[in-house]
Design a binder for this molecule. Structure first.
Ligand code: SF4
Length: 209
């Protein structure tokens, strides 16, 4: 039976081979745009978010303009994505909070980030890793599914349980890269339905029959 150390090494080598250079697929130009884009991406695809954020950030060119935006207008712009009503409220509220409480600067502290409306542990981790390159390994639906298929965590594990376990298994300097690699693997090969298992080099450690 393969040891956990060997399994981790095999997974890392495989991901480095298949996804040597992957990163965040959300399009943004300013730090606060990423915060809002990540918040908008909850339970929807990055592709959908990338269709609406250029329109949003073109209409409201500064944080102050977005803070004073009409809720109806923001809803209109982002209505094609899931949960748009709540997300429109959060987008304006994030802009207001950043302007009023943080001098317009996105904080790097995880607790401070989580004070922004609609920003939880996962979103804060993504923002810290992407903007500040602070090692983190936030767990989304793809990472959770793959971690369970590869028996890296127990089947009943929550996203937070999984984050804690993965952080113990993989070296800190690989967390940011690993986060993106696992998401890409989940999006394009190890999908929830009909994963491309033919020829998958991880089939020997995967529990999907
Ligand atoms: S064998 Fe299939 S389900 Fe298992 S890791 Fe590979 S692609 Fe995913």
């Amino acid at each position: 039976m393969m040891t956990t150390k060997n399994k981790v090494s095999e997974i890392s080598s495989f991901l480095d081979e298949v996804f040597p250079n992957v990163g965040c697929e959300l399009v943004y130009n300013k730090d606060y745009e990423l915060v809002i884009a990540v918040m908008l991406s909850a339970q929807t695809t990055d592709i959908s978010v990338n269709k609406v954020t250029p329109i949003l950030f073109d209409k409201y060119k500064t944080l102050e303009e977005l803070a004073n935006a009409s809720l109806f207008d923001v809803e209109e712009i982002i209505h094609s994505i899931g949960l748009y009503k709540n997300k429109a409220k959060n987008a304006i509220a994030i802009a207001k909070t950043l302007v009023n409480d943080y001098g317009g600067v996105v904080p790097s502290d995880k607790d401070e980030l989580q004070k922004l409306p609609g920003v939880g542990n996962k979103t804060a981790g993504v923002i810290r890793a992407e903007i500040f390159r602070i090692p983190d390994l936030p767990v989304d639906t793809h990472i959770l599914r793959i971690s369970k298929r590869l028996n890296l965590v127990e089947q009943k594990s929550s996203p937070l349980d999984t984050e804690i376990k993965l952080k113990k298994l993989f070296p800190k300097e690989t967390w940011i890269k690993l986060h993106h690699q696992l998401i890409h693997f989940g999006r394009y090969k190890c999908m929830a339905r009909n994963p491309q298992c033919d020829g998958c080099k991880l089939a020997n450690i995967c529990n999907k029959k």
